[in-house]
Design a protein around this ligand. Sequence first.
Ligand code: FAD
Ligand code: NAI
Length: 475
Amino acid sequence: MSKQFDVVVIGGGPGGYIAAIRAAQLGFNAACIDEWKNDKGGPAPGGTCTNVGCIPSKALLQSSEHFEHAGHGFADHGISMSDLKIDIAKMIGRKDSVVKQNNDGILYLFKKNKVTFFHGRGSFVAAKDGGYELKVAGSTEETITAKHVIVATGSNARQLPGAPFDEVNILSNDGALRIPAVPKKLGVIGSGVIGLEMGSVWRRLGADVTILEALPAFLGAADESVAKEAAKVFKKQGLNIELGVKITSVENGASGVTVKYTDAKGGEQSLAVDKLIVSIGRVANTIGLNPEAVGLKLDERGAVVVDDECKTNLPNVWAIGDVVRGPMLAHKAEEEGVAVAERIAGQHGHVNFNTIPWVIYTSPEIAWVGKTEQALKAEGVAYKAGQFPFLANGRARALGDTTGFVKFLADAKTDEILGVHIIGPMASELISEAVVAMEFKASAEDIARICHAHPSLSEATKEAALAVDKRTLNF
Ligand code: FAD
Ligand code: NAI
């Protein structure tokens, strides 16, 4: 007889593994199926995020930032360095070991929470007895049954037509995280989050980086003032960013890649690079899931169709994370995983899409939550804005990192915080205060009245809240 489970999660990324753990915590007999293999063919749960996404990219961002500080930043502190070198193989090896620690951590969490883990590909076989029959194809093949199925199969990098990834010259996020030597010239197509983060890594290590972006505006999702500041800083750092381009051809030759494109003025251009990263977004992944076997509905882009509660068109089949609508972020996938497990248990799991933070881990970091100023204008919302520069923050001066600012947007009448936008040091950490404030429907004055430690970067947040009422104390 096949093994029976209350909840089976297909996919062990941040959405899937968290959903399985939460389901087990709620008393369900839960399993998680994940097919990711490490270089020895063993299990590597954690999905895109752990293996070729959030975690390894942050490991390389850290290494390359240390290198840049050592080369350019330490001198100001009176620390001199000579013969500065980077051992790329060691840097990549450290990144791989960080990934492995996370893979092992998830396997440990499965054991601790009594989640049954299957290493292999999960697919639908049939609807059966009010539940679902699933096939697990790994080193062996077996059939299991589940009352509830959570699809958490994630996403894959989108290919540019005519430029298939070979992960040697034309790289997805996977290849971009394991370039064996610093390329002299690196091209990046797409100035989104991956383009900026990976472009920054290899620029800091010495590559001459050119980013080609189709849209005429830079970082359209961010607040315009942040995008403007970021464009200025990245240009000064040496990232060449060309906006409004149209790629006409990509030729992958023995000595590198040639990209032909039309620039914003309509001129024909050619860019020869050693390596090309293509980061033009991601597509939902249902490869091998066999959704047809049970009639699981996908949309025209291949994403699983879900309602606000992550319910699919099938009873007791749910879908979460990158494989469904909404931002492709690990923390959004996790929140949906928790909420779905709680809904299966009859609880009221919830995800507040208005307070999902965004972070871009460049230097300076960029982070925001809530509405941008341009969105408020477009929606005709009356608002007040307050901004405070890190230049006027004592901790930022001591750190030697005074780029950027914190900006608050609050409702003109009620003072409720509608959005917070940060570009500057540790923006990824500072944004949490704004998320908490918005979840509690705080006003800008609430933040302005809270005692913040001195000297800390968080004082810039308090000051920006004070700025909403035009009463900053240190600027
Ligand atoms: P995934 O993480 O993609 O996991 C899906 C898993 O399902 C994979 O392990 C896959 O092998 C498995 N799978 C698929 N089909 C099957 C099947 N049929 N059977 C068994 N297993 C299957 N987000 C952030 O929030 N912060 C960041 O800093 C960040 N950095 C990123 C950097 C890069 C370079 C990239 C590419 C992405 C980054 N992201 C970041 C996005 C983040 O990685 C994704 O939003 C997140 O991983 C989505 O989680 P998920 O669980 O939906 O899917
Ligand atoms: P993205 O959606 O962030 O950016 C893609 C960019 O490519 C856009 O600016 C788009 O206009 C441009 N583009 C699309 N087609 C193009 C073309 N033909 N020519 C030139 N430019 C083109 O996608 P990206 O960077 O691939 O990242 C995928 C997802 O991964 C992101 O949406 C994000 O959710 C997630 N991610 C999150 C990170 C974080 O939270 N720090 C880090 C990295 C990725």
